[in-house]
Design a protein around this ligand. Structure first.
Ligand SMILES: *Cc1c(COP(=O)(O)O)cnc(C)c1O
Length: 341
């Protein structure tokens, strides 16, 4: 009997519209002439424009409520979708939200600093702090702890959603849960899927999904598309995440080392930096499937999915996880249109 261990015992506050649909992508499939492509619409979770963080926040904010918190603290890139959705979740639950925005992207344009997610953060009423360094996860977390201490002294009950590894990956539980949702939908629709392609950033989505699938007895391949760091570093991270999930759920990890598949082919030049393949993919999917992909995550992960589809034969089928991020389109408006077009 497949087991998800103690999953039911974690407090979860419903925030996402689920189940999100799984749809066919007939135009893109025909265009590529390779594998049959499906898409899981986790860009349609709701919560102030949707995305994968809605499922993750159900567990983080569920825990915050159990601990009687009144103020949420979170850190991330200036155009972080996680931060925007945490601000949305906090607003919905009547909690204050302090966000710390890190300078991860150098020579950013004015729209990067003012539009997209950061505009939404302001509209959602979050208190914004800034942190000068972008590649210093534990430094960012330390600074967040300082902010939390100040709030505590002022009589608040702060709750930190941490960024650096080494904390129980509560957010990953959202994707352990999503794995069983996906398996149920595939069975109901009678879709056979050989492979899933998903963006791999913090790794909570990738590791949670992979863990959930294997724990439920599914052997579907999962390919993580690197969007935050290169393959070797990400491999170590996903491995550690799977182990942490196992500890959290108090079961033995069903994920073997060879289950962790990653590609960093579309990662360059780095986090939050658009490349030609991602830009072309954004245009292609908008025109063929009316899908809005983003410059930081799904433009790159879909580019990886398309590569897999081309490599596979027409007898194979691939499910792409759309993890959201559409507000990023506005933050990168100056770079998204091809010259002259
Ligand atoms: C955060 C994010 C990801 C990466 O998810 P992780 O769980 O951090 O790996 C992918 N796509 C979008 C749109 C995101 O906001």
């Amino acid at each position: 009997m497949p087991s998800l261990g103690k999953l039911q015992q974690f407090s979860r506050v419903p925030l996402a519209h689920t189940p999100t649909p799984i749809e066919a992508m007939p135009n893109l499939s025909a265009h590529l002439g390779g594998a049959t492509l499906y898409i899981k619409r986790d860009d349609c979770t709701g919560l102030a424009l949707g995305g994968n963080k809605a499922r993750q926040l159900e567990y983080h904010l569920g825990d915050a409520l159990v601990q009687n918190a009144d103020t949420i603290l979170i850190t991330g890139a200036v155009q972080s979708n996680f931060v925007r959705m945490a601000a949305a979740g906090a607003a919905k639950l009547g909690l204050a939200c302090h966000i710390q925005l890190e300078e991860r992207v150098t020579d950013a344009r004015p729209e990067y600093r003012q539009s997209g997610n950061v505009l939404l953060d302001r509209i959602l009423g979050a208190v914004i702090h800034t942190y000068p360094k972008g590649e210093d996860e534990s430094g960012a977390d330390n600074n967040l702890r300082k902010l939390a201490e100040e709030l505590r002294v002022a009589g608040k009950k702060p709750y930190i959603i941490p960024l650096a590894p080494g904390h129980p990956p509560l957010g990953a539980l959202g994707y352990v849960r999503a794995a069983s949702e996906i398996l149920e939908q595939l069975a109901d629709a009678d879709y056979r899927v050989d492979e899933i392609v998903v963006a791999s950033g913090s790794g909570n989505t990738h590791a949670g999904l992979l863990f959930g699938l294997r724990a439920m007895g599914s052997s579907i391949n999962v390919t993580g598309a690197c969007v935050r760091r290169h393959r070797q570093a990400q491999l170590a991270r996903i491995r550690a995440r799977c182990q942490e999930i196992a500890e959290l759920l108090e079961i033995k990890s069903p994920v073997r080392l060879q289950d962790i598949q990653l590609t960093d082919h579309f990662f360059a030049p780095g986090y939050g930096q658009l490349n030609d393949a991602a830009r072309d993919t954004i245009h292609l999917c908008a025109r063929l499937e009316a899908l809005l992909l983003d410059p930081v995550y799904t433009g790159k992960s879909m580019a990886a999915c398309i590569q897999r589809a081309r490599d596979c034969g027409p007898d194979q089928s691939i499910l792409f996880i759309h993890t959201g991020g559409a507000p990023g389109v506005f933050a990168y408006s100056g770079q998204l249109l091809p010259a002259g077009g």
